[in-house]
Design a protein around this ligand. Sequence first.
Ligand code: XIL
Length: 352
Amino acid sequence: MIHSPRRRRRVWSAVAAVATAGLAATTALVMSSGTAQAAETLGASAAESGRYFGAAVVPNLLNDGTYSSALDGDFNSVVAENAMKWDATEPNPGQFNFSGGDQIVDYAQARGMEVRGHTLVWHAQQPGWVQNLTGNDLRQAMLGHIDGVAGHWAGDIESWDVVNEAFEWDGSRRQSNLQQQLGDGWIEEAFRAARDADPNAKLCYNDFSTDGLNPKSDGIYDMVADFKARGVPIDCVGFQSHLGSNSDLSTYQANLQRFADLGVDVEITELDVGGSGGAQANVYRQVTEACMAVSRCTGITTWGITDAHSWRGDETPLLFDGNYQKKDAYYAVLDALNDGDSEPPPGDGGHV
Ligand code: XIL
């Protein structure tokens, strides 16, 4: 087993976290006295029910004051949009590069934010050297990668997306190199390795197009039920929720609930909704209400902060527009987090 240098840093991190937590508590006390504004940000509103509200972030943009102000103002959790993926963290076999991820973790810890980990094993964004491996060489690479990366950030990560996007729309396994080379057992091997590397992180399976009761979510449901029955370590399921304004969410909440009933937490991990105005806001509202209605739905992450920096190009899918102005969708989410008790948006006659 590889023991990465970060295992020593874990001790330092724990000390720093205590110091940071103390600072954050002091700041919170000072801020809350006299202002009573706690439920006017996404993060504070989510926190009132014990949930987080997060955003996917890019290390370089943390130095952009407008970007970091929006992040600090509304979010209490972050995830790396790309910086913790395999191609970024292990560009050559056994040679790790944690710089981007460390920047995000340090930023979050200095502000008392949670960090989600994304993602240890995925068919996409693999470095070239992994794509060419076969059989046991690929297995050893996967296990070494999990050990190196989850070990490095052990103690820093609230929940890890251990495996990402391993199912097809029809509920069968995706025919990736991992599946073809390693067979059905690779997912549980990954989860066991992640538990060994970071016993404190919650371990999630994460996927898209799982926004209701459908053949794909059925397949994942069966896997999670099987893992729970056999004691394979799994703690949570992530629902990416890349949506559009006309997405059918009629069974979205029921789907979250059936996973929760298996004894795992559920998280909305990559939420974004193409569109604009009331139609977009309505989809955001429905997702937020569904999470609020499921006690094991522990939080929501949007896949970015501003439409100016979104992987979905010109679909304007996020809560802040390209000029960092709060959109209708923002106020719909805030209101849903506050169970309908928010102040109406500025300049607006009522709730969106
Ligand atoms: C995306 C990033 O947003 C892009 O910057 C990158 O070029 C490709 O990956 N599902 C996932 C995320 O789990 O990691 C993807 O992120 C979006 C789809």
